[in-house]
Ligand binder design. Structure first.
Ligand SMILES: [Zn+2]
Length: 596
C-alpha cells in the first residue's frame, strides 16, 4: 500500500499521523496506538494459533465476529475499553475452534435422546438399560437406541429378539449396532414391519433366521434389511428435530466444535441438507451456534440432471459462513469388517471375496467430471484400495479434462490405500478426510479388520503420516453417531494409535502416528482447507472469524494418554460465547468475588 502512495499524499499522511498520535495519548495507556475497541479480549492465555508465522501468543482481541488482534497481553490492552468483556484464561491453552469434517449431524442429534449402548459389556447390561429407558418413557411408542457391539451380544456376535421380548413385550424395540450395519428388533417390531419367516432377504441384506425353525431372530443385516423397518418407524416431527438440533449444538460446542461438515443422512429425510430450513430458522432466532457445510447424498446407479439441479439450488440458497451447501457425497464401497470394501486383491480370510464397487466406474467418472466442471466439491466414501484408486482416477481425469485446479475433492475414510496411491493425495490436491477414532486398535480392528486384510495390507492401515509426508492435506472428523463427536479422543488416537489401556504397547502401525500439532491441524487448518475456508477459518489471525476454545490442559506437555480426557472450558463462535463449563463458570465467578 505505502509504496503506491504518490509524494503529494505525504502531507496528508503527516497530518493524520499527528491526529493518530493525539488519539493515542488520550486513549491508550501503553502508547501502542488507538485501535478499535474490542467486544472481547482474551488475556493470560497460551494461544496456539495454528498460524506458522506466529504460532504462539498471549492474547486475542475480538470485534463483532472477527479476530482483530493476536499478540501480547501488553499490546492487547490497547483494544480494551469500558464495554470490553475481558476473559482471563489463567494460563490455559487456547486453540482455534475445531471442525468435524465428517458427521451425520441430525442422525447423531436424534440419537442423543435414545438409549446409548456403546459401553454396555453384555446382554444383561443392555437389558437393564433398555428396561430403565422404557420405564422412564412410558409415552414413547417405539423404544430406540444405538451403539451395541458384536462381542456384547453373545458368542454368535448376533443379537436375538428373545432378549428384548423378555423385558419389553408390548412395545416395539429397535436398536442399531455401533457401526450402523446391523439392527436388533424385538418380536413386536418385526410384527409391525410384517417381517416373517416368509419374507425374502432384500438384495445385499439379510433377515437372520433360526436355522431350526426358519423364524427371524430379530437381527437385520445391512441397510436394505433396515429399510424393511423404515416404513413403520415414526418420523420425528419438526419440533422434535429442532429440539434434537439444539441438543446437538450444545453437545458440539461442549466438545469444542464450531463447525461440522455433514455427509448426508443415514435415515430417510434425515440429512442436514434436507433440513436446512430448520437451521435457517434457528439462525434467525439466534439458536444456531454451530456452522454447517452440508453434502447432498448421491445414490447409485446415477445422479440425474434433476438431482444435480437440486444441488445447484441448494448451493445458491446456502453459501455463507454459517450455512452452506454445494457438495455431493458418494459411497464407492462398503466396509472391510463385512468384506464389502472393494479391494484390489481378495480378502485374506476369504479368498472368494474382494468386495464390490457400488458405482460403475465409467458412470461415476462422468458424474465426477460434470460436478468438477460446475465447481461442486465431491466427497467419496472409499475404504478399500480398489475403491480409493477408482476415486483418485476419476478426480485426476476430471481435472485433466476440465483443466480445473484446486477443486479439493475429498476421499472419506481411506482405510487401506495401496502404497502407489498414497502420494497421489498430495500430487492431485485430493483432501484426505480421516476419522482418527476409526483406527482405534480395539478387538474390532485387531481381530476382525486386520484378519480380513491380512498382514501386508494391515501395514497400510489409515496412513496418516505417509499421506501427509507426501503433501496431502489431512482433514479430521468423527463420523458421528458411528463414534463419539468428541475430537479429543480422536487426537489421542492420532498421536498414540493405542487403546486407552495402552495397547498395543508400540501403537498399531506406529509409523503412521502423527504429532499433537499435526492432529490439531487436522481439525483446524486442514478442515478449513477441506471446506475452502482457510481465508477466514482454521487459525487464530486478525481478519479471520473469531472461533476459539479454551481447554483445561496443555496438550503439548502432558502424557498423550491424558489427551482424551480434555475438557473444553469455553467456546466462542463468531465472537459470541456459546459454551462455558460449570467448573470454568464457578472459577470465574470466584475470581470476580475476590477482585471485589
Ligand atoms: Zn459417514
Amino acid at each position: 500500500m505505502r509504496s503506491n502512495l504518490r509524494p503529494c499524499a505525504w502531507l496528508a499522511i503527516q497530518l493524520s499521523f499527528l491526529l493518530i498520535l493525539a488519539m493515542t495519548v488520550s486513549h491508550a495507556a501503553d502508547g501502542t496506538g488507538r485501535h478499535l475497541s474490542a467486544d472481547v479480549v482474551v488475556v493470560n492465555a497460551r494461544v496456539y494459533t495454528v498460524n506458522p508465522k506466529q504460532p504462539w501468543a498471549e492474547a486475542i482481541a475480538i470485534h463483532n465476529d472477527e479476530t482483530v488482534f493476536v499478540g501480547s497481553n501488553k499490546d492487547a490492552a490497547a483494544y480494551r475499553d469500558k464495554r470490553t468483556r475481558v476473559i482471563d484464561a489463567s494460563g490455559r491453552l487456547v486453540l482455534p475452534g475445531f471442525t468435524d469434517c465428517h458427521s451425520h449431524f441430525l442422525d447423531g442429534a436424534l440419537s442423543l435422546e435414545r438409549i446409548h449402548l456403546d459401553d454396555a459389556k453384555d446382554v444383561a447390561e443392555i437389558q437393564r438399560r433398555v428396561k430403565a429407558y422404557a420405564d422412564a418413557h412410558p409415552q414413547l411408542k417405539w423404544i430406540r437406541g444405538r451403539g451395541w457391539t458384536y462381542p456384547a451380544v453373545g458368542p454368535t456376535n448376533l443379537p436375538n429378539k428373545k432378549d428384548l421380548d423378555s423385558i419389553v413385550p408390548d412395545r416395539p424395540v429397535y436398536l442399531e449396532a455401533f457401526d450402523g450395519h446391523t439392527w436388533w428388533a424385538n418380536s413386536k417390531a418385526l410384527q409391525l414391519a410384517g417381517i416373517t419367516r416368509d419374507t425374502p432377504n432384500p438384495p445385499g441384506g439379510e433377515i437372520v433366521r433360526d436355522p431350526a425353525t426358519g423364524e427371524p431372530t430379530g437381527a437385520l443385516k445391512e441397510d436394505t434389511a433396515d429399510a424393511l423397518m423404515l416404513p413403520v418407524l415414526p418420523l420425528p416431527s419438526r419440533n422434535e428435530k429442532i429440539a434434537a438440533y439444539k441438543a446437538g449444538f450444545k453437545e458440539a460446542n461442549r466438545a469444542g466444535l464450531v463447525r461440522v461438515h455433514t455427509a448426508g443422512g443415514v435415515g430417510v429425510g434425515m440429512s442436514d441438507l434436507m433440513n436446512a430450513d430448520l437451521l435457517e430458522e434457528m439462525r434467525k432466532s439466534g439458536d444456531l451456534t454451530l456452522r454447517f457445510y452440508m453434502a447432498y447424498r448421491a445414490e447409485p446407479p446415477n445422479l440425474t440432471a434433476k438431482q444435480i439441479q437440486e444441488v445447484e439450488d441448494a448451493r445458491s440458497e446456502y453459501h455463507d459462513e454459517w450455512i452452506s451447501a454445494g457438495a455431493v457425497k458418494f459411497f464407492m464401497d462398503g466396509v472391510i469388517e463385512s468384506h464389502t470394501a472393494a479391494m484390489l486383491a481378495p480378502y485374506s480370510d476369504d479368498p472368494k471375496l474382494s468386495g464390490n464397487l457400488l458405482w460403475d466406474p465409467a458412470t461415476y467418472g462422468k458424474i465426477v467430471a460434470d460436478l468438477d466442471k460446475r465447481g461442486i466439491q465431491i466427497f467419496t466414501h472409499a475404504i478399500g484400495d480398489r475403491a480409493i484408486r477408482i476415486t483418485l482416477d476419476a478426480y485426476e481425469e476430471a481435472a485433466r479434462e476440465n483443466g480445473t485446479k484446486d477443486r479439493r475433492h475429498r476421499i472419506e475414510h481411506i482405510e487401506d490405500a495401496s502404497t502407489e496411491d498414497i502420494s497421489r493425495f498430495g500430487k492431485l490436491g485430493v483432501i484426505a478426510s480421516f476419522q482418527p477414532l476409526h483406527a482405534y486398535p480395539d478387538d474390532d480392528t485387531l481381530l476382525v479388520w486386520l484378519r480380513n486384510v491380512g498382514p501386508e495390507r494391515g501395514q497400510r492401515a489409515w496412513a496418516w503420516r505417509s499421506v501427509q509426508a507426501d503433501g496431502g492435506v489431512l482433514a479430521f472428523g468423527s463420523d458421528w453417531p458411528i463414534v463419539t463427536l468428541n475430537p479429543w479422543a480422536g487426537i489421542q488416537n492420532a498421536v498414540t494409535r493405542q487403546t486407552v489401556e495402552g495397547n498395543p504397547p508400540d501403537g498399531f502401525v506406529p509409523r503412521e502416528r502423527i504429532s499433537v500439532e499435526d492432529a490439531i491441524r487436522g481439525y483446524t487448518m486442514g478442515a478449513a482447507i477441506a471446506g475452502h475456508r482457510e481465508q477466514r477459518e482454521g487459525s487464530l489471525e486478525p481478519g479471520k472469524l473469531a472461533d476459539l476454545i479454551i481447554i483445561d490442559r496443555n496438550l503439548f506437555d502432558i502424557e498423550p494418554r491424558a489427551i482424551e480426557k480434555t475438557e473444553v472450558l469455553l467456546t466462542i463462535v463468531g465472537g459470541r460465547v456459546v459454551y462455558e463449563s460449570a467448573a470454568w463458570k464457578s472459577a470465574t465467578s470466584q475470581k470476580h468475588a475476590e477482585a471485589k
